[in-house]
Design a protein around this ligand. Structure first.
Ligand code: UDP
Ligand code: MG
Length: 313
């Protein structure tokens, strides 16, 4: 029988792990005639009792496997570890807070098996439960990234998707250090079916993403799949040269016509501020790309494993 690997990143999720396990077990029971399951929990350096909870599950249920990191490496690293260690014919990544309803797996599996898709991905139709500010930022972020990068970025896309082994191998063949999965999944291509559902609220616990974490993640997403900011900074440079050229002409003309009264100090100060601001901004953009290159060339491991289910079972 074929096997589905369920990859579940967990960071400080002691409250949700067992609820998630109960819910997914129902789906596993329902689908047990068609397919077997393997659950891979990734403990991303949690500081609470998450690892103990996962260990308990692994001891009583041999479908449960886990990988525990030596510290918090982030959700991207956790998903990568899961994909690398999964042994199933189909692989799905989902959140442990039940914002990705496990019961959808049945339909997703059917779409792959019967309609021969390589991947079934999900997006949420609404963003209920998120603050107005976060909704606003997300909306604009997707608008910008869709303009900037050549690959398709779907607004409202979640990390919950079921993929064939072939597609996962393609994703794993990309060894980059700065990983942005939404982009990588889109980059590899393959036939993807998008299904939609209402956004679910987290069953327990709190979100692990601060605004700042989301902001830098969003910026990483743009830089990982587009060099447009560099083009933009070069464009700004040209624009400012043009403006300067016109200003020079105006000043020469004014001096020739009205003589050279010493005035215009405030405007000069403003111009210096503006121009140096734009320069620093552009320098920052180049620096950001350079720093990404620096991290890539170091080729450090993306995550470090401290313990797996083999250590206890
Ligand atoms: N997560 C993780 N490492 C992190 C942050 C989050 O493994 O550094 C996991 C978290 O445990 C959850 C999933 O990523 O299973 C999504 O996180 P969360 O629900 O907090 O994000 P939100 O749904 O609010 O965007
Ligand atoms: Mg969540």
């Amino acid at each position: 029988m074929e096997k589905i690997s369920v990859v579940v990143p967990c960071y400080n999720e002691e409250e949700t792990v067992s609820i998630f396990y109960q819910e997914i077990t129902k789906t596993i029971e329902k689908m047990k005639k068609q397919v077997t399951f393997e659950l891979i929990f990734i403990n991303d350096g949690s500081k609470d009792k998450t690892l103990e909870k996962i260990r308990e599950l692994a001891l009583k249920d041999k479908k449960v496997r886990y990988i525990s990191f030596s510290r918090n490496f982030g959700k991207e690293a956790a998903m990568l570890a899961g994909l690398e260690h999964a042994t199933g014919d189909y692989i799905t990544t989902m959140d442990v807070d039940l914002q990705d309803p496990p019961e959808l797996l049945e339909e997703m599996y059917r779409l792959i098996k019967e309609e021969k898709y390589d991947c079934v991905a999900t997006k949420s139709t609404s963003r209920n439960g998120y603050s107005f500010f976060r909704k606003f930022c997300t909306k604009w972020y997707y608008r910008i990234i869709q303009k900037f990068s050549k690959i398709e970025m779907v607004s409202g896309a979640r990390d919950f998707r079921l993929m064939t082994r072939q597609m996962v191998n393609a994703v794993l063949s990309m060894k980059e250090y700065n990983r942005y999965s939404k982009g990588l999944f889109s980059f590899v291509g393959f036939d993807t079916k998008w299904i939609e559902y209402e956004n679910q609220e987290r069953v327990a616990g709190t979100t692990k993403w601060s605004f700042w974490k989301l902001f830098t993640y969003a910026f990483d997403g743009i830089t990982a799949f587009s060099t447009m900011p560099l083009v933009l900074s070069a464009f700004l440079g040209v624009l400012f040269c043009l403006i300067a050229f016109i200003l020079i002409l105006i000043i020469i003309l004014k001096t020739l016509v009205w003589g050279d009264p010493v005035s215009g100090w405030p405007s000069l100060a403003c111009i210096i501020f503006l121009v140096s601001g734009v320069q620093l901004f552009c320098l920052g953009i180049s620096g950001y790309y350079l720093s990404k290159t620096y991290l890539e060339t170091k080729a450090r491991p993306i995550y470090i494993i401290k313990e797996t289910e083999k250590d206890v079972v």
